[in-house]
Write a protein that binds this ligand. Structure first.
Ligand code: HEM
Length: 497
């Protein structure tokens, strides 16, 4: 039986139907009318209550990552990483922390296929004793851009044409051809790993460097690698097309059926760590999210396990309303100067205040589990947590209100230079180094063919100047890559637009 379509009774014994105010409902099949053929009456309280609730069922969808699915489980610390961080949930081998995870695709609107060739999201909320800590990762270890001012542009370019409302490859490839630092992410996306075989068979990466600080105050730039224990698996484009004829929810269905049948899904958590002092002279700018740190330079260090064991009890309550942010951190985990990370810390809670309301932190799935919130914030729409009762709501006060704890302060950050629109200093051919190594040393012949074919297929209806700029960009990566793309584009059967 398809467990996804099973709607279960939540009550052990049948209960009386009520309005949302708790009044028993006398009838739910016929509205209150003035005579058998007369109009509906405004005094049909139940009808108005039911219809008004229905009218407001949809909330704004996530502006990106609208399609998704997830579950609940725990994180277990399996290795001693106290050398790198004082975060309490990362101290004490064997310690378990409850988690909520949501996987997603990036571009599609709600209802869109979850088999799109698209970066996958992998967001984890850990309910720690020091508040909620979120890892908001993708299945790619790098990103398209390194300055957040370009985020709305990269997303617009890969979405629908504003006039036709049809996805237009000219827009996406135009942007990429003019934004060379995207090429590493593009090569991953158009490789065999571009269409994950469900969410259980993909890895997650912070891509950013965070700053971890230990109890002595030593700091490290740290990237997260979350590797699936089920092995990475991808789907061939022709198979994804066949599956999409049956369902657009393939990845969600796979996860639901797996967890629903009592099986767990797990990932091993590793970090790469660079002592902060060393980071300043590392060949790659550690604040540049378009770059990886080769494992030969900084090997993976095992930390723990993420284990999913149960499906959500209700999708809207727990998956649609869950709100992640890379700014949800705790003492021992700090932000780096990565511009994209800095921007995300603003963007997520900002969109969540719009998407879910000013008090979105009080929605049960978003509430810290340990201890209450103690602060001087009050009121606002949908305040449902008692509003901190009769507690004092200003500071300083002589009434014993909550006090700050200076020992939790982040490590001071030294800054220098001019406040201006500063360019990234380390650019140019260094942006091509890692894509070049990927082409030369990682891709086998079959994979090179796959990559060039997939890019050609996507680009075939593009304007000649865009194709030419892409050939130039790929030639800068590697002359063989450029030549192969050029030949493929010249020979592809390009349908008229
Ligand atoms: C400037 C860069 C970025 C901006 C402005 C941005 C912004 C956003 C916004 C506004 C959302 C919707 C959040 C919500 O409605 O709750 C979102 C979702 C998400 N983003 Fe980003 N993002 C950026 C880069 C990234 C990067 C680099 C990653 C991964 C490494 C990432 C991973 C995700 C994930 C996984 C979600 C879905 C979270 C969920 O399941 O609720 N984003 N992003």
């Amino acid at each position: 039986m398809d467990k996804r379509q099973t709607v279960v009774s939540t009550a052990n014994q049948q209960q009386t139907l009520t309005t949302s105010q708790g009044m028993p409902v006398d009838g739910n099949q016929h509205s209150l009318t003035a005579g058998p053929r007369g109009p509906i009456l405004l005094s049909d309280i139940h009808f108005i209550d039911k219809m008004a609730k229905f009218d407001r069922e949809r909330i704004p969808e996530r502006v990106v990552h609208a399609v998704g699915a997830g579950g609940f489980g725990h994180f277990e610390l399996t290795h001693d990483v106290s050398k790198y961080t004082k975060a309490k949930f990362l101290n004490g081998v064997g310690k378990q922390t409850p988690i909520c995870v949501r996987f997603s695709t990036t571009l599609g609107e709600r209802g869109f296929s979850d088999l799109d060739r698209d970066p996958r999201g992998f967001a984890i909320k850990m309910y720690t004793e020091e508040g909620n800590v979120d890892f908001v990762c993708n299945n790619t270890p790098f990103f398209f851009i390194r300055d957040p001012l370009k985020f709305p542009d990269v997303i617009h370019s890969r979405r629908r044409n504003p006039q036709t409302n049809i996805r237009d490859p000219n827009m996406a490839w135009d942007f990429i051809s003019l934004n060379p630092e995207s090429i590493q992410n593009i090569m991953f996306l158009f490789s065999e790993r571009g269409i994950s075989d469900g969410y259980r068979h993909m890895d997650g990466f912070s891509a950013h460097a965070y700053k971890w600080v230990n109890a002595k105050g030593d700091s490290f730039l740290v990237k997260y690698h979350i590797k699936t224990d089920a092995g990475v698996k991808s789907i061939a484009p022709e198979d994804s097309v066949k599956i999409e004829q049956r369902t657009k929810d393939y990845s969600a269905e796979d996860l639901w059926n797996h967890l629903g049948s009592g099986k767990a899904a797990s990932w091993t958590f590793f970090i790469q760590a660079i002592p902060e002092a060393e980071a300043a002279t590392y060949r790659y700018d550690v604040t540049d999210i378009t770059k990886i740190w080769p494992h030969g330079d900084y090997p993976l260090i095992p930390v723990g396990k993420f284990v999913l064991t149960r499906n959500p009890s209700n999708n809207f309550a727990e998956m649609e309303q869950v709100a992640f942010s890379p700014g949800n951190i705790c003492p021992g985990i700090e932000l780096s100067n990565d511009r994209i990370l800095q921007a995300r810390v603003f963007s997520y809670p900002d969109t969540q205040r719009h998407r879910l309301g000013a008090n979105f932190e009080q929605i049960p799935v978003n509430c810290p589990m340990y201890g209450k919130i103690h602060n001087y914030q009050r009121d606002g729409p949908m305040r449902v947590d008692g509003n901190q009762g009769g507690g004092v709501n200003y500071e300083p006060n002589s009434l014993g209100g909550p006090v700050e704890d200076p020992s939790t302060a982040a490590k001071p950050v030294a800054v220098s230079g001019h406040a201006m629109r500063n360019l990234y200093a380390n650019t140019g051919d260094i942006d091509m180094e890692q894509p070049r190594a990927f082409w030369e040393r990682v891709l086998k012949e079959e994979s090179k063919k796959y990559l060039v074919n997939a890019m050609t297929k996507s680009m075939r209806t593009c304007r000649p100047d865009i194709k030419q700029r892409m050939v130039t960009l790929c030639t800068n990566v590697h002359p063989e890559f450029g030549t192969r793309l050029k030949t493929a584009l010249e020979n592809v059967d390009a349908p008229k637009l």
